[in-house]
Write a protein that binds this ligand. Structure first.
Ligand code: IPE
Ligand code: IPE
Ligand code: MG
Length: 246
């Protein structure tokens, strides 16, 4: 049976998050500059987005640029920001055609003005689409997100808007960038690295983790299907016993 035939469409992960890693190594293997890897990575973004929407996945969140990525060489950062602007310009039609709503999480004020403007325009242009929510994590760091949530909650406690006792999981969720997103069911990381790199630390509390050696520019539909099949073959127990689940 082919991989796609093995996918049970009733048990799809509601929210898939991907750490898209390995663009630089992919380019290096080909004797090319890192920029070439990023450009080809953008192609994998397009196919992955379209395939997730076609399968019926409700939420796809892509780690595109981390707070730590600001520390890369200036030229690479500039190149990535230009690529972001061009991709947004080129993809807005595809998003609308596929009825996909764009969303973004991260410290967007750190983005160059032109990139932030383009991003907000595409978010606005796609706001009524309801087949899938595509969230781009840009200038995103989970620790920074948690710090800003803690600060916002502390201010509310200080001003007697909420009491300390009222702070629970739901209050914390409401103060994260991901406030409107369901928790992650499946987290995929490409390129063979097995780490989280400051991505969605709170939101992956019970996600299934899937690591593949495939470098992001090579990641294709079959690789996505393989991740989903692996996910569907696991027993998610959420702390209970196997008997309780069955
Ligand atoms: C992922 O690929 C893209 C970003 C982090 C922006 P990398 O650029 O990290 O590629 P490697 O890990 O160096 O191969
Ligand atoms: C994580 O990849 C960030 C993105 C994919 C955007 P990195 O390549 O920056 O992660 P580390 O530094 O190897 O952990
Ligand atoms: Mg990397």
């Amino acid at each position: 049976m082919s991989l796609i035939e093995q996918i049970n469409s009733e048990k799809l992960p509601k929210h898939i998050a991907i750490i898209m890693d390995g663009n630089g190594r992919w380019a290096k293997q080909k004797g090319m500059l890192r920029a070439f890897g990023h450009e080809n990575g953008a192609k994998s973004v397009r196919t992955t987005v379209e395939t997730c929407a076609r399968l019926g996945v409700g939420h796809l969140t892509l780690y595109a640029f981390s707070t730590e990525n600001w520390n890369r060489p200036k030229l690479e950062v500039e190149m990535l920001m230009k690529l972001l602007i061009n991709s947004l310009k080129n993809e807005v039609k595809t998003l609308s055609k596929n009825n996909i709503r764009l969303n973004a999480i991260g410290n967007l004020d750190r983005l160059p003005k032109s990139a932030k403007k383009e991003l907000l325009e595409v978010i606005e242009a796609t706001k009524n689409n309801d087949r899938m929510v595509l969230t781009l994590a840009l200038s995103y760091g989970s620790q920074e997100e948690i710090i800003s949530a803690v600060k916002a909650i502390a201010v509310k406690v200080k001003n007697n808007i909420i009491s300390t006792d009222a702070i629970d999981e739901s209050i914390i969720n409401q103060h994260l960038y991901t406030q409107n997103l369901p928790n992650v069911d499946l987290l995929i990381r490409t390129s063979g690295e097995q780490r989280i790199s400051n991505f969605l630390l709170w939101q992956i509390a019970y996600a299934e983790l899937y690591f593949t050696p495939v470098l992001w520019p090579d990641f294709n539909d079959e690789d996505l299907y393989a991740a989903i099949v692996s996910y569907q073959n696991r027993e998610r127990r959420f702390g209970k016993t196997s008997d309780q689940i069955k």
